[in-house]
Design a protein around this ligand. Sequence first.
Ligand code: HEM
Ligand code: HEM
Ligand SMILES: [Fe+2]
Length: 459
Amino acid sequence: MRYHSQSVAYWYFAVAMALFGLQIVFGLLSAAKYLGPDPLLYILPFDVTKVIHTNLLVVWVLTGFMGATYWMVPDESRTELHSVKLAYIQLGLWVLMGVTAVIGYLFRYGTGNKLLEQPLPHKIVIVVVMLMFLYNVVMTIRKSGRFTTTEGVLLLGIAGAAVLYLPALIEHDNYVVSIFYRWWTIHLWVEGVWEMIQGGFLAYLLIRLSGADREVLEKWLYVIVGLVFIAGILGTAHHYYWVGVPSYWLPIGGIFSALEPAALVGMAIYAYSAMRRSGLAHPNTLALHWTLGSAIFTLFGAGLLGLAHTWPSVNKWTHGTLITAMHGHAAFYGAYAMIVLAMITYALPVISPARREQGTAMGYWAFWLQLVGMFGMTLSFATAGIGQVYLERIMGLGYLDAQLKIQVHFLMLIGTASLFALGVALFIIDFFRYAPRFEVVKDADERIPTPAPVRPVRV
Ligand code: HEM
Ligand code: HEM
Ligand SMILES: [Fe+2]
């Protein structure tokens, strides 16, 4: 690495890995409960395991975002971090918040607001941590005086994520109002500002890995981010169809959210064409797998599978069923898990020089097992969801009667999820089996390959 302070990223990544592992344990527990009988019914019921599963997801992904930012900003701004100490205090507070929140959930201490279950004291710590993080990053950039577009998009995403968490701090007695504002955080995170964060990392990785021209990549980054924003903000209304607000939200939600996949098509083309131009020049091909994989899986999980149920006339049947879980898994994994794993895979050979730069065999197994596993899980949720919608909402069967008839899909879910979990385990083992060395090599980023000559296009 080029700057010693980049070593803080490693500890953020290590925490993210541990929480990722734990998230998967609670995912498997939640899935097993669908098959019953459930010996843990009175100790760890489904609602508790699911809350822990989804909260750990949000926390580990955010930990990964923070670590990756602390890795990327010194590289982009060509300077040491403003305060390494502050970065460690931030990590300590964050871990304390995460661990106590999970323990609290075990004892039913939470707000009950889906994905925003954190109790108020924890929410306040989250805000404090976000402020510390922003301060450290902004001061680093100020000190260096070098501010790239890629960094700008990332920073806007982080600041936006912090600001959009604020509506989550206010409690509403009215359920409709409460749901209305919940989406200002959840939807505007995953279909707005977090996509900027993903876009920032994607541009950074593509510039470093493919050697493609920074100016061209950054110009396209603007276009993609612009598209996400235009469609994503009013697209929030795809969560307003059936929650008790006026019916004009139906066409608004349908039209704008149906435009969102356009930005994701743009992102996938962007990543693929950057890779084509480079001719795979950088030795870290495993990081390139994760990077391209993230852009393409986002198009599949968020774009295609989002579009599949975003139109009101479809959503009136599928709302709140396993079809939502199908899309939620593929989208979250492709966009946010994979981009964090890409940043980690890019940084690891620099942190541990003993590691093969091309990626280890175990690293490739981890990639393909996760990919195949998550694809299978998505199909399992999809087939279960189609059955559920038909039996429950068209044939009028009760919830539990319908569940009994779709058990086979949960067997498929457990099977494919086991492959996925094996892939995660291999990633985590591969992460920890080389000790970090934190050697500062001044020309570390001079590995940026020179782009291959542009091939003439024949029409
Ligand atoms: C990376 C981007 C995305 C992520 C991570 C994501 C994730 C999620 C998650 C976790 C949920 C469940 C939320 C809950 O019920 O609390 C959800 C719901 C939904 N998403 Fe996405 N999503 C993304 C992009 C999209 C896009 C682009 C579309 C449309 C084209 C879309 C359409 C929907 C719809 C319609 C629902 C509501 C489902 C229901 O009525 O139950 N999503 N998404
Ligand atoms: C072994 C792997 C996993 C298993 C077995 C699993 C299983 C489950 C189950 C059974 C649920 C509850 C669905 C319901 O409410 O009916 C769930 C929810 C969820 N999981 Fe996972 N999961 C796994 C990994 C992941 C990963 C890697 C991610 C994201 C990167 C993820 C994201 C989510 C989200 C966002 C929800 C909430 C969806 C919603 O409420 O609609 N899961 N998971
Ligand atoms: Fe949404």
